[in-house]
Design a protein around this ligand. Structure first.
Ligand code: OGA
Ligand code: NI
Length: 358
């Protein structure tokens, strides 16, 4: 017998554990009120569709040809400074692996609810977290997304189902770390900091890497809901891929810009800790995910940070060579992460806490 879903009025915030199931309710013509999200009407979409995120060719960044390499480093510096978002091509991650990671994530979201690992709402640093919205324990307005967040480095964790998840996530995250290391080498050069010094200051050998799968199911009122509200990412670099369905907006020169990644590229954005380490040269950028009526969207965001125990501050070498004062107070990455994940995610509010006011 077909299961009848409860009337929408009964979908109270407390009963919602998964938006996918809600979106599959046959009588869902509008969103429950706990999803009603009001975007700031003062924020507009960019009018110039040609102003698009830059592209970085990773093969040039690692080229033996010094001219190619220095041009690529300049491009990376400019992309981080002007946009904080760029598309990486020739990144070396096989297209098949990128597809596999999206497919297996989809399988995970399709598992029956009772088979999914338990979400532990009281501990936001739990290594495997499946959940909905961002932090339902404290949110008044929910986001239209379900997520799986897994700590994959330095210690590897992963749900044991579906069976190929571990293998695919291991490989994808390993390859992603290689991409990040290449980008960070470029950054160390453009900041004039020895690579070994950067590695030491950020504890890169035991860098914290988090695999985040986002599912944005179809939404009957996409304009009245949000997938992820505006925020910046906490780490150094986040790598993002998606299932061909658009939905990412980034803030650029005061407007929201719709991002349509090139096929087979990886979208990279700078995070709060790159901003702190570079003493404000490379600012993390606000971005959000919107939802749509037609197709479910899946995105995979791999967050790459310093090591959890590292106390991060602006690079001493940089302050020395530039003769400037630190603009941020030192803070352990783990504490920063805890502060961000246990509050309502709100723009760059956590970064503002460590910023030194002039
Ligand atoms: C994130 C994020 C954007 C997207 O997971 O931090 O910003 O397009 N995702 O899914
Ligand atoms: Ni993000």
């Amino acid at each position: 017998m077909a299961e009848t879903s409860p009337p929408l009025s009964q979908h109270s915030a407390a009963s919602i554990t998964c938006v996918k199931k809600l979106s599959e309710s046959p009588d869902l013509n509008s969103i429950p009120s706990c999803y009603a999200y009001y975007a700031n009407p003062a924020e507009t979409m960019a009018s110039d569709p040609h102003d698009s995120v830059p592209t970085i060719d990773l093969s040039l960044l690692t080229s033996d040809n010094p001219d190619h390499r220095s041009k690529a480093i300049q491009d990376l510096d400019k992309a981080c400074e002007e946009w904080g978002f760029f598309m990486v091509v020739n990144h070396g991650i096989p297209e098949q692996l990128m597809r596999a990671v999206i497919d297996v994530t989809n399988e995970f979201f399709n598992l029956p609810e009772e088979e999914k690992p338990e979400f532990q709402p009281q501990n936001v640093l739990e290594p495997i977290r499946y959940g909905t919205s961002f932090n339902t324990a404290i949110e008044k307005v929910f986001w239209w997304r379900d997520f799986l967040k897994v700590f994959v480095h330095p210690d590897f964790h992963c749900p044991h189902k579906p069976h190929s998840l571990t293998e695919v996530v291991t490989e994808y995250c390993k390859r992603s770390r290689e991409v990040v290391r290449k980008l960070l080498r470029g950054i160390s050069e453009s900041l004039g900091i020895e690579e070994s010094e950067m590695e030491k200051c950020l504890g890169l050998d035991s860098s914290l890497q988090i695999f985040i799968a986002n599912l944005y199911p179809r939404c009957p009122n996409p304009d009245a809901a949000v997938g992820i509200a505006p925020h910046s990412d906490h780490g150094l670099f986040t790598l993002l891929i998606q299932n061909q369905v658009a939905g990412l907006h980034i803030q650029h020169k005061g407007n929201w810009v719709h991002v349509t990644p090139r096929p087979n590229s990886i979208l990279v954005n700078t995070g709060d800790h790159l901003q702190i380490f570079s003493n404000g040269k490379y600012k993390s950028v606000l971005h959000r995910a919107v939802v749509n009526k037609m197709k479910a969207r899946i995105s995979i965001a791999v967050a790459n940070g310093p090591s959890a125990d590292t106390v991060v501050s602006p690079a001493p070498r940089l302050l020395q060579t530039q003769g400037c004062r630190p603009a941020y107070v030192p803070m352990q990455y783990k504490d920063y992460l805890l502060a961000q994940q246990s509050n309502q995610l709100n723009g760059k509010s956590i970064l503002e806490r460590v910023q030194i006011q002039d």
